[in-house]
Structure formats: C-alpha cells, structure tokens
Design a protein around this ligand. Structure first.
Ligand code: C2E
Ligand code: CA
Ligand code: CA
Length: 820
C-alpha cells in the first residue's frame, strides 16, 4: 500500500517507500512537492481540481480511481482514498492518502473488453443466426445474423421465449423435451421449419448448447440456427421425386407427388403443374389440391411466351373464382427444356396472407420444383419419342404393325367378352406404284401421309387405324355389323377418291378394301388380317375402288393355292416336272428351225396342271429360280441326248421369268450346262417377256448383257401385247421376236390384226430380228403369214408341244414328208 501525507496547502510532507516507488521519486525529490505536480496537467490545472482540494479542506474524504504522473512522465492508475485529518478544534491539519496501483488490472480489463468486442463482431458477421437465452428461457442476446434472417431487432427479440418466437406451431411438449435435454447438460440438435417476423419460413438446422456457471448451474443457452432450406429441399423433395421417376411412375403421379410434397413443406401453398405444348397451349398435369374446375378451365389456354412478367396466365382471368375459393395470389414459374423452349408452367397459390411469397423457402421450393418438373417432363417427352419410334409409323404417324396388333388384340378381347362383332379392313391403294414412279418417291410419301390423315379422320375414336406396309392400311372397327362396315368403307373410299394436291399435281386415287369379320371369319387378329388381305385381292380383281367381304370360297381358293404351292415345291425337289417340246418351222422350206421347251406338271391326284397356273405360282412363292435352272438343264440335257442319237434338232428355246435374271450366277450356270452337254451357245435361245422392262432389279440388265455376250440368242416372247414403246428394242440385245398368238388368232377376220402382224414383221426386218409367229392353228393363218413373209411359225397346225419320245416320232414322220 502506498501512503502519503499532504499539508493543507498541498505539499507532500511524508511518503512511504511504496509511494515513492510508485511514482519514481527519491525521498529528497518528493518531499515538499505540491500535490498538483503528481497529477495530469488537464486535471491539476482545471476547475475540478480546486473543487477537489476544497472538499478535502472542508473535511470531506474522497476516493476513486485516479490517474497520476510518475517522474519519468508515464502515468499510473491508482485506487486512492484521501482522508482529511482534523485537530481538536476541527481544523484540517493534514490529508492522508492511501493508494494501490491498479494499472495492471485496468489494462487486463481493457484487453478483455476488446476481446469481447471482437467476439461480438464475429457473431454479427456470421450468416447463421445466434441467440443466447437464459435458463427460463428468455432471449438475452441475438446477433446481427439473427436480425437479418428473421427480421426482429435485438430489442424486439430480447426478453422473448425463443420457441414461441421462431416456431409458434410447436407445442408445449416439444418445448419441454427441448428444455429437459438442455438441463441434463446435453447439446440439442434439430432440423425444424422456423418462421420470421414477416412470416418468412426457413428450414433451419438448430443447435443449442447449455452453458454452466462456475457453480455448475445451467445458466445460459447458446443457440445457432443455420438456413438449410435448399439442402433440405434437395433431401426431401428431390429424393422422393427422383425415386418416383426411377420407378418409372407415370408423369402425372410424379408431379402429383411433387405438388403434395411442396404443400406438406409449405402448408400455405397450393400447387398446380401444367404442360405447355408446342403450340403454347397449357394442359393440366397435376393439381391435387386445386378445385378441379380451375384445372379444367386452364386446359387448352395459350400462354404468352413473350414472357411479359406483368401477365399471369394462371391467375389473371380466374382471379374472382379463385378468390371465391379463398386464394389470394399466385406465383407462376415457367419450366424450360434444355433448348430453352417453355414446356411447362407451375403456380404456387396462397390462401392467406403469409407475408411475401418470395421468401427463401418459397424460392427454394420453386427452384427445386422447376428443376424436378423439367426432369420429369423432358423424361416423359423422351419416353413419348421412343414410344413413337417403336410403335408408330415414321411416315404417317399411324400405329405401326406391332401397336396395331396389340390394340386389335385388346379390341378382340372386348368384343369376345361383350359378344359383339368386329371388322378388320385391309385397304390397298390402287396403282400407287404408278404415282410413285411418275411423281417420285417424296410425292408418294406425301400421298401416303394424306391418305393416312383421311383414313384417321373418317373413323371413330374407338376405331383403330394403322399402316401395315407400303400402301397398305388396316382399320379395325369394333362394335359393328356388315351393314355399318359397308357404310364406313363407303365413307373411306369416297374420301380417298377426292382429288389430293401432291407436288403441285391434283391426284385422284382409289383404294381396294377387303373385309374380315370377327368372329365369323376368324377369332384372332392374324387370321382376320390374313383373310381381309385375301378379300382385298378379290376386290382388286373386280377392278379399282371396290370392296369385298371375305368368303369361304375365297378361303378354299387360298387353301388350294397353299396346297398347290407345297405340291410344286415337292414336285421340283422330286423331279416330277417334265418338258414338252413344240417344233418351230421354217415356212419357206418346211424345215425344223428349233423347238420350244414348255414345262408340264402332272400331279399324282390333280392330274395335269397348266403352266399358266403353276408358273405364276412359282413366281409368287419364290420357286421360279429353281424352276428356271431345272428347265435350262433339262432342255440342254435332252438336246444333247437327241444329238447323240443323231437327231437333227437345230436349237432349243427355254422360257425364263424376269426374276431368273436377278441371279448374277445365271451366265456361269448356263455356260457350265452347255459345256457339260457338249453344246454351243448357238444351240440355246432364251425367251423373255416384255415384263422384264418393268423389273427394277439392278442385276437384270447386267445378267442379260452377259448372257448375250456369251453368244446366246434372246427372244422377245408374246411380242405386241405389253409395252407400248418399242424404243427398248435398241437397249435389249434380242435377236428374235415372237408375234403373240392373239394376233394370229384374229388374222382371218380382223384387218387390224393383219396390219399389226405386218407392221411387226416390218420392224423385225428393219432391226434384223427373226420374227416367229406363234399359235398357228390352221392352214389359212399359215398361208396369210407366209404371204406376209413370216419366216418361222409355231402352232398346233404343225404340232402340239410333245414329250421327247413323241417329238422323235413326229420328227421321223416330218422328215419323211419333207423327203417325200
Ligand atoms: P408361251 O411361252 O407363249 O408358250 C406358248 C404357249 O402357247 C404354250 O402354252 C403352248 O402350248 C401354247 N400353244 C402352242 N401352239 C398353240 C396354238 O396353235 N394355239 C394355242 N391356243 N396355243 C398354242 P403352255 O404350254 O400352256 O404355256 C403357257 C405359258 O407358260 C407359256 O407361254 C410360257 O409363258 C409359260 N411357260 C411354259 N413353260 C415355261 C417354263 O419352263 N418357264 C417359264 N418361265 N415359263 C413357262
Ligand atoms: Ca414362249
Ligand atoms: Ca408366247
């Protein structure tokens, strides 16, 4: 303790060592100095000092914290008491001063203060809201983050109960449990939706830590609230929605789940989600908590994509009726796909004024909602595209075969259950190929598209229309009878016959329709389709634009055909076919010019079957390749056999179908056959028909050229009946024309036939082609042809086509005649 005595005039009279050391003076230096010289000049020279000393002299003691100057100029803080000492007369004789140096303590206190200041700076700068409450619990402190997040100033918050303030919807039990955990000394961590001064809501992570005083009593709680709205939305909303998508739940279900989840998180909201189609029309997808009629009213309404933010397509025109339902506002958000097109829109509707709608929670919900809706709708679009590709015809947009089959199966099942009839129509466009060839494929495609549109416009919604292939369409008509089918078919055919504008040209088309009825004609789609197809062929036979019901005769014919096909296959395999040969005569000399090989088939049960029947059948069922090869090899073998026998047969003609020339191997096969049989190319003629000109297969011309190059003659069969333009004769390397037998048949009575046969002979002569007249049956025809100058003739007059043995006999007789 520093002790000093001052005289009433202020001079120092006595001081102990502590005092001297405190102020840095020696005894000699200090004694006699005035009190004021130990003080800071601001104090000692002021009025306050005079008052201070006056008070002492009047007998009043003084104490307090004072600042004093050391000899070296530094200052010291003292806790000092000045006590006046009075004598018997009450006179102040001296002033006693007792002081302790508190400079150190003061400094520490200041440092602590500074530290506290820094701490509160940290607390205030934090984004988290921090509050300190006492054990009662009432708020004692909130940081700036708290005010920023919740809107309450420190004054407003202090003294309030934290839970009542931030989570008023939590009940007493919740708060008790919270307090109980804290009083047990445990920190408490919760994720709760909290609410600010203006109703703004957050999903917050709340951590409370109890603080104990030095007696171990729980005195304070420090609570930190962090906004985890976004993370939480991600966790709750996105997880659920994404899971639903991964489970392939339908779009409407996924979106409904999103609506309900948003409404659960923010009960003040009601959500509606709508799709926006490419025309900008809205279609409700999910609005589980909205009045149904509102969604209905929005359906088909066009939204303004210019995005003028002032208009709200989900509210503006409906505000009064929505208000009647208690809604007071709507916050719309558009949904864009990755290309930036608006593919949807959703609205957050509120019923009560829950403050502003763009709080952090709502913003977060809208963001999450937008993201999830984009995902879900785009996903649905992709799914639709895949479905479209898999189940719809790319050209016409009609269901393809697989979808048609599936839908038809369904319709048949229903018809079966309800005991109803059902019709399957097979529609084939007439002469579509002509249009395709003359106007080009793009025009053909356009025509098919228009036909598809017309067909789907004609039928009822419950009917199923699909594209079968090429120019074939199929329509399934549930719940109908023969009469109503005829009516529908009439409508379709009528609509098809209306001219269409294709590639700038007005085109009229017709369709042939075959009809098969369930259950009379079949009980499954495959049978019905097949039979409708057969009926369609029947209709085609009656001319263009007809229709035909499937009938049992048709079926019988088809059955027969199938049987015949199987039998022909077998006949080819088992070598049951034979060749007959018809002589061709040089008219001038009566000599044999050659023989034509004609196929013959004797069926074990059906007997003789005409080539006019089995050749087209072989063509249709892909047997004509085998048949051609067989005929070539057999004819060559036979000719070679005759040669060995010494018979004079100049050449053999073999008939080939156009598709025989698709085979690039044909020239080599012919060469091999000739070689094996020791024949020369001049021994063989190939007869082909003008239909070869319609053949588009690229191999055909190549094969023909190669065969010709080998030195084999080509003969144009049935000349004059087919192609109208003769210019092809330049391009096809034929060396022989066969005047069709219809000209010969008419020769006697028909001047035109005479003129034509004459003209054809002229053409042949000019082009240096041999002309053979076919089907010469009587002497008159023979003479007329000879007069016209025909070099070669063939027909019953000379001989029927003959079996090899018969030909040998015929030949022997004919040579005998000639010789005679
Ligand atoms: P095509 O090539 O015009 O054959 C001539 C047809 O006329 C033969 O009928 C023949 O029997 C018949 N014919 C001959 N002379 C007379 C006559 O004076 N009056 C009448 N009315 N008819 C006569 P076929 O044998 O029934 O053959 C019919 C058609 O079948 C042939 O017509 C030919 O196009 C085709 N064909 C026959 N064999 C073969 C073959 O091996 N391969 C191919 N691809 N087609 C063949
Ligand atoms: Ca022929
Ligand atoms: Ca012929």
């Amino acid at each position: 303790m520093a002790i000093a005595e001052f005289a009433p005039d202020g001079t120092l009279t006595r001081a102990n060592t502590n005092y001297l050391n405190l102020l840095g003076y020696t005894h000699e230096e200090a004694i006699g100095r005035p009190h004021g010289s130990f003080c800071l000049p601001v104090f000692s020279e002021g009025k306050e000092y005079a008052a201070f000393w006056q008070a002492l002299l009047s007998g009043q003691a003084r104490s307090g914290i004072v600042e004093r100057l050391r000899r070296d100029g530094e200052s010291r803080w003292l806790e000092a008491t000045y006590t006046p000492v009075v004598d018997d007369q009450g006179q102040v004789v001296q002033i006693l001063k007792i002081a302790t140096d508190i400079s150190e303590r003061l400094q520490e206190e200041r440092a602590r203060q500074q530290h506290l200041q820094l701490l509160s700076l940290v607390a205030n700068a934090s984004d988290s809201a921090i509050l300190i409450s006492d054990a009662s619990p009432h708020i004692e402190y909130v940081n700036a983050g708290f005010s920023r997040m919740f809107g309450w100033s420190s004054e407003e918050a202090c003294g309030q109960k934290p839970l009542a303030l931030l989570a008023p919807d939590k009940d007493e039990a919740y708060s008790q449990e919270y307090q109980a955990a804290l009083s047990a000394g445990n920190p408490v961590e919760r994720e709760v939706i909290v609410q600010g001064k203006n109703g703004q809501r957050y999903w917050a992570k709340v951590i409370s830590n109890p603080i104990h005083d030095h007696n171990g009593r729980w005195s304070l709680t420090i609570t930190i609230l962090t906004d985890i709205t976004r993370a939480k939305l991600h966790e709750v909303l996105q997880r659920k929605a994404l899971e639903a998508m991964a489970r392939e739940q339908p779009l409407a279900e996924v979106l409904e789940l999103i609506c309900l989840e948003v409404e659960r998180i923010a009960p003040e909201l009601t959500v509606a989600i709508l799709e926006v189609d490419e025309q900008g029309r809205m279609h409700p997808l999910a609005a589980p908590s909205m009045p149904e009629e509102h969604a209905r009213r929005l359906d088909g309404v066009v939204i303004d994509e210019s995005g003028s933010s002032s208009s709200n397509p989900l509210w503006d025109d409906y505000s009064s009726s929505l208000q009647a339902h208690g809604f007071i506002q709507c916050w719309p958000s558009t949904i864009h796909n990755r290309q930036g097109r608006v593919i949807g829109i959703f609205g957050f509707y509120t019923r009560h004024t829950h403050g502003s709608l763009s709080t952090s929670l709502h913003q977060g919900l809208a963001d999450a909602c937008r993201y999830l809706c984009t995902l879900a709708i785009e996903r649905e679009h992709t799914r639709r595209r895949i479905r479209q590709l898999a189940f719809y015809d790319a050209l016409t947009g009609l269901p393809n075969r697989s979808l048609l089959q599936a839908k038809a199966d369904q319709a048949i099942a229903i018809a079966n259950r309800n005991n109803e009839q059902l019709a399957v129509l097979f529609i084939d466009l007439d002469r579509f190929k002509n249009i395709n060839d003359s106007l080009g494929h793009p025009a053909g495609d356009e025509l098919l598209r228009q036909v598809a549109t017309r067909i789907s416009e004609t039928v009822r919604v419950s009917d199923i229309a699909g594209r079968q292939s090429g120019d074939e369409f199929v329509v399934v008509l549930p719940q109908c009878n023969a009469e109503s089918v005829k009516e529908t078919v009439g409508r379709i055919q009528n609509l098809l016959s209306q001219p269409m504008l294709i590639a700038g040209t007005s085109v009229s088309i017709s369709g042939s329709v075959g009809i098969a009825m369930y259950p009379a004609d079949g009980r499954d789609m495959e049978t019905l389709l097949h039979r409708a197809d057969m009926a369609m062929y029947q209709a085609k036979h009656c001319g263009r634009g007809n229709f035909s019901f499937f009938s049992n005769e048709m079926n019988q014919l088809a059955q027969e055909r199938l049987m015949l096909e199987t039998a022909l296959r077998k006949a080819l395999q088992e070598d049951q076919l034979r060749l007959h040969y018809q002589p061709q005569i040089e008219l001038a000399s009566g000599q044999l010019y050659g023989v034509e090989a004609l196929a013959r088939w004797t069926h074990p049960e059906l007997g003789e079957i005409s080539p006019a029947r089995f050749i087209p059948l072989a063509e249709e069922c892909g047997l004509v390749g085998d048949l051609g090869r067989w005929a070539l090899q057999e004819a060559c073998r036979q000719l070679s056999e005759w040669r060995t026998k010494g018979l004079l047969i100049p050449a053999v003609s073999v008939n080939l179908s156009p598709s025989n020339f698709h085979n690039l191997d044909l020239p080599r096969m012919i060469a091999d056959t000739l070689q094996i049989n020791a024949l020369t190319p001049q021994d063989l003629t190939l007869e082909l028909t003008e239909s070869i000109l319609l053949d588009t297969n690229p191999s055909t011309m190549k094969t023909i050229g190669e065969v010709h190059a080998q030195g084999i003659s080509l003969s144009m069969d049935d000349f004059g009946t087919g192609y109208s333009s003769l210019s092809y004769l330049h391009r096809l390397p034929v060396s022989e024309l066969k005047l069709d037998r219809s000209f010969v048949a008419d020769l006697e009575h028909d001047l035109t036939a005479q003129a034509l046969s004459n003209a054809i002979l002229g053409i042949g002569k000019n082009l240096q082609l041999t002309v053979v007249a076919e089907g010469v049956e009587n002497e008159t025809q023979n003479l007329m042809l000879r007069d016209q100058g025909y070099p070669i003739a063939q027909g019953y007059l000379f001989s029927q086509p003959l079996a090899p043995g018969e030909l040998e006999t015929w030949l022997a007789r004919a040579i005998g005649n000639t010789a005679a």
